[in-house]
Ligand binder design. Sequence first.
Ligand code: KG4
Ligand code: ZN
Length: 326
Amino acid sequence: MLVLGIESTCDETGAAVVENGRKILSNVIASSADLHAKYGGVFPELASRRHLEAIGPVVKKSLIDAAIEPKEIDLIAVAYGPGLVGSLLVGIEFAKGLSIAWQKPIVQVHHIEAHLYAAMMEVELPLQLPALGLVVSGGHTLLVKILDVGSYEIIGSTIDDAAGEAFDKVGSMLNLPYPGGPLLEKMAEKGDSKKVLLTAGVVKNNPYNFSFSGLKTAALYALKKGVKMEDLAASFQETILLDLVKKAKKAALSFEAKAIFFGGGVCNNKRLKELFKENFTLPLYFPSPTLTLDNGAMIAALGFEKYKACGPSALSFGPRARIPIA
Ligand code: KG4
Ligand code: ZN
């Protein structure tokens, strides 16, 4: 079964062709990050306009790269949220248009579930379950118990900034252009994390929840006091990553997780991988770099599973800014 996956939740326009939910035949991504660089974060109106320009060429390239004709596509999968409504609308309406014009079924896919599924689609079956899932992206920080594909229990999430968002905002304090995460990681390599003392937030009522806004403010004050930028970057990165490790460890022990599946852009961070490897003996599954950031392949792959389980979606679905995963 050949699935065309379309992704437009934030600032990346993605389209991919995936065979039987696993074999990636093409995965095309156009980012509008350059447009947002000077604003220090995603400017929603500019993102949706860029999606409008990019969606046609990106989908076309995904078919060309896969050497596939539209008539060979069996299913269209599209991310319907969570995300920016204007951005989502472009991908969803384009996908619906293709579904009508090509007479192909369509299936709606949850974007964060797709981030989690990105690591699962690459491992040998059967999956080691129950597993812990950790999504750390620009928009989301989520710890979940994975019972099966499509069956999750939320353990913890952020009550304010997402991990990637905190990286980007502190990056912007350090004069790094958006998205600051990868550049902050480079800067941190030259610093000493012990020179600046920072702590991550503790959330009352749920020890598995995350809070990074206080950490961000503390970073700003430290910077105003004149600490070395590289030391601040190192300390900020170490603090946020150790908080992820600590809560993941507690969660994994609580239900004897058999493995951990990671998703989202922040799991590209080398120090994150190092710290998890040091702290866990469980199998750790990180998606390949092309599947960590927003992309159409994870949407196509999960779309295949959703279609097998529940059939097609009715064309009446629309964009959803917020939707729980479980
Ligand atoms: O998964 P993604 O595209 O975001 C959303 O779906 O929201 O990931 C983008 C995020 C950005 O915040 C970016 O700064 C962060 O992932 N990121 C990193 C690294 N690479 C990407 N953060 C820290 N270290 C990295 N190496
Ligand atoms: Zn995402």
